[in-house]
Design a protein around this ligand. Structure first.
Ligand code: XIL
Length: 314
């Protein structure tokens, strides 16, 4: 085949892409594949645009590492998803331990989002990352505990003001299928729309397990697109309990195909990003003990059956 990005384009999607991270860019064989815009039409920085990387101390913005990824995308002719403005994780301690009052923290959120989104203008942005618990209640992080749910409004309004051309998303995991957490996201989008707050899309992360792909992917995406917004699958990987076997690889191929073809059949699903393309740099083994082999290329940068599943899905 011609490469996944080209196949995705031919199917009418905006992009197929991959996350990447700065330390990996010294690996020239890795970069050569990542930079092939026939395979990847889009990249997402895995870490270097997060709050701890971009505003390590209050009011001091550091864009050097993020710029490396943004410049790589530009050089390769790839789109970039900015990731992310507001998240409970990878926050510098000045945010988590600052004991700010509501008004002060809102002003901090506003400054952070507008500075980061205007620095990387014209991008798709995960403005809010992981706002909900799995039962659909709000995550009790520093933003919610101090500001309440309106921190989301503040961030989105600041992002839109900073760059009217940016596409503004809320991104989360365990919203691949219908359920309490997806319903909470639907209700959040409705309440933002009712309040006139800008929201362009919902990012469905897609950190899945081989053999456990939800059966309601399409119906779930359609409940978001019915609200007049886009969806994207933003962090797809499909992990297994190690060791990998041919049977697990075959099931993984089927699972990738199922997810891709679900996006393919929903017009408002604009694209798919995998959370790095190779097992060599996947976040899975260090996060989920005993699990891995989640990506479509193996740790020696050779394509797995999953690759063919992706191509077949578009
Ligand atoms: C992960 C990165 O891939 C790791 O390198 C880092 O140590 C932790 O964060 N959901 C997200 C991503 O939105 O930002 C996370 O990325 C993976 C889960």
């Amino acid at each position: 085949n011609a490469g996944i990005a080209l196949v995705a384009k031919a199917a009418g999607k905006k992009y197929f892409g991959s996350a990447t991270d700065n330390p990996e860019l010294t690996d020239t064989a890795y970069v050569a594949i990542l930079s092939n815009s026939s395979e990847f039409g889009q990249i997402t920085p895995g870490n270097s645009m997060k709050w701890d990387a971009t505003e390590p101390s209050q009011g001091t913005f550091t864009f050097a590492a993020g710029d490396v990824i943004a410049d790589l995308a530009i050089g390769n002719g790839q789109l970039l998803r900015g990731h992310n403005c507001v998240w409970y994780n990878q926050l510098p301690s000045w945010v988590t331990s600052g004991n700010f009052d509501n008004a002060t923290l809102q002003s901090i959120v506003k400054t952070h989002c507008s500075t980061v989104v205007s620095h990387y203008a014209g991008k798709i942005w995960d403005v809010i990352n992981e706002p909900f618990n799995d039962d659909g209640t709000w995550r009790a992080d520093v933003f919610y505990n101090t500001i309440g749910p309106l921190y989301v409004n503040t961030a989105l309004i600041a992002a839109r003001a900073a760059d009217p051309n940016a596409k503004l998303y809320i991104n989360d995991y365990n919203i691949e299928g219908t359920g309490a957490k997806s319903t909470a996201m639907v209700n959040l989008v409705k309440s933002l729309q009712a309040a006139g707050v800008p929201i362009d899309g919902v990012g469905i992360q897609g950190h899945l397990i081989v053999g456990e792909v939800p059966s309601t992917l399409i119906a779930n995406m359609e409940q978001f697109t019915a609200l007049g917004i886009e969806v994207a699958i933003t962090e797809l990987d499909i992990r297994m309990t190690l060791p990998a076997t041919p049977a697990l690889y075959a099931q993984q191929k089927q699972d990738y195909e199922t997810v891709i073809s679900a996006c393919n059949s929903v017009p408002g699903c604009i694209g798919v990003t995998i959370w790095d393309y190779t097992d060599k740099y996947s976040w899975v083994p260090s996060t989920f003990s005993g699990q891995g082999a989640a990506c479509p290329w193996d740790a020696t940068l050779v394509k797995k059956p999953a690759y063919d599943g992706i191509v077949a899905g578009f």
